[in-house]
Design a protein around this ligand. Structure first.
Ligand SMILES: [Zn+2]
Ligand SMILES: [Zn+2]
Length: 427
């Protein structure tokens, strides 16, 4: 085998990563907190497939978006179908809502989801090609209260994880009535500046003018600052909607910043769009983002269905928790270490471990290690309070040694009385 091929064999694919046992507690903390708060606010779990028909994303996200043009992982099935690894969660959920006739259920339908998403981007800090998201959708509700619920739940999750203070950047993109006039004016403005803008902006001007406001190039900065702003073009119903969103943010004490340059990359957004950041001088990527997408159903061949959604980028939140040295509380940290000596004891081990599980006593062990010294060493390294030692003699006598790891005192206990003995000690 060639050297670089052998190296590739032992590497996760570029931009993808393993979640190791010591890091899983962070992911678990994010998902547990998110699920707890989302359920409390009335969201229900939904899971859609990792693969969808490629057309679902080309139709809904827009053919000239970066995601569809460059970032989708697609594959041809043996039957000749075209599937894509999902690059985002909203279009699949709208597909599911329509497919299962969820419009006949009491509206709005409130859903949460989690899982892996895939985009073929250049990997950088906090940005991966396979990434975890936790998302929320409220489908079937046109009123601004759904924006507030989505943003409130997302900010609560972040705050309770110890991330923050946070700030919500918010903007309105208007609707089909007012956005086209704005787009026209924006294009007219930029047409006079084609000599001064970057290459990407020239392309955006042709394909997706709203994305001009997204440019991070320095040379485009001043031009962007002086560009016409959507907020000045909102039609009366859009203006009223945006005003109500902001008023309800005020009364829910959600900290926000009116960001006239916030556009979001996807075609299906209408009216409200938002991104949630940690509130500090140096701004990283958003921790969460989303918006209203009343026109998404129409891109899938149905009439408009009012809806709002948002999602948390789990890797970014985990990274921030690690940077801030936030240690998530571990669930049921085991304080007991099980040690076995000899073949007979090894065979009996699983029975005793199972007995402890049924009694809800979490236990650590090292079935692979055979020496007493090695196992005791591990027990003290893991800061265990008690070690249970099952030797040959104990195995024959149906008993076990319970050793206090701090004082090194120990006593022999009948197996039948083990659970009660430990429960008394842990009190
Ligand atoms: Zn530019
Ligand atoms: Zn409008």
């Amino acid at each position: 085998m060639k050297k670089d091929k052998a190296k590739l064999l032992l590497q996760a694919p570029k931009g993808m990563h393993d979640i190791l046992p010591e890091n899983y507690i962070f992911y678990q903390a994010v998902f547990d907190k998110a699920e707890e708060i989302a359920s409390h606010y009335g969201f229900q779990f939904i899971q859609t497939p990792i693969l969808e028909n490629t057309d679902l994303f080309t139709a809904s996200l827009g053919a000239s978006t970066d995601i569809v043009e460059k970032q989708m992982y697609t594959l041809k099935t043996k039957g000749g179908g075209n599937l894509a690894l999902r690059p985002e969660g909203t279009a699949p959920i709208m597909r599911s809502y329509i497919e299962h006739g969820m419009h006949t259920r009491p509206q709005p339908v409130m859903l949460w989801y989690k899982g892996s998403f895939f985009r073929h981007e250049n990997p950088q800090k906090g940005r991966f090609r396979e990434f975890q998201q936790f998302g929320l959708e409220i489908i079937g509700e046109p009123k601004p209260i759904s924006e507030t619920i989505i943003v409130r739940v997302l900010t609560l999750i972040l705050e309770e994880l110890g991330v923050g203070p946070i700030i919500v950047h918010i903007n309105s993109l208007g609707d089909k009535e007012c956005r086209s006039l704005y787009r026209k004016n924006l294009v007219n403005y930029y047409r006079k500046k084609t000599k001064d803008i970057c290459k990407d902006c020239l392309r955006r001007l042709k394909e997706n003018p709203l994305r001009l406001l997204d440019c991070k190039e320095q040379k485009c900065g001043e031009i962007k600052q002086a560009a016409p702003q959507m907020v000045d073009y909102l039609c009366p119903p859009c203006k009223e909607h945006f005003k109500e969103v902001l008023e309800s943010f005020d009364s829910s004490e959600i900290p926000y910043f009116l960001d006239n340059h916030l556009v979001r990359g996807l075609d299906y957004y209408s009216r409200t769009v938002f991104e949630i950041f940690e509130d500090r001088e140096e701004r990283d990527d958003a921790l969460a983002s989303g918006g209203r997408y009343d026109y998404l159903a129409r891109t899938l061949g149905r009439k408009d269905i009012p809806a709002v959604g948002g999602a948390i980028g789990v890797e970014r939140v985990v990274q921030l928790m690690m940077d801030k040295k936030i240690t998530p509380k571990q669930k049921k940290l085991p304080k007991i270490f099980f040690i076995h000596l000899g073949a007979a004891a090894k065979h009996k081990s699983l029975k005793i471990i199972e007995m402890l599980r049924k009694a809800h006593l979490a236990v650590n062990h090292s079935i692979g290690k055979d020496s007493l010294r090695g196992q005791l060493k591990l027990a003290s390294k893991l800061n265990m309070s008690y070690a249970l030692i099952l030797g040959q003699k104990e195995t024959l006598e149906n008993s076990i040694i319970v050793r206090d790891m701090d004082s090194d005192n120990q006593e022999t206990v009948k197996i039948d009385e083990l659970v009660e003995n430990i429960k008394n000690k842990l009190k």
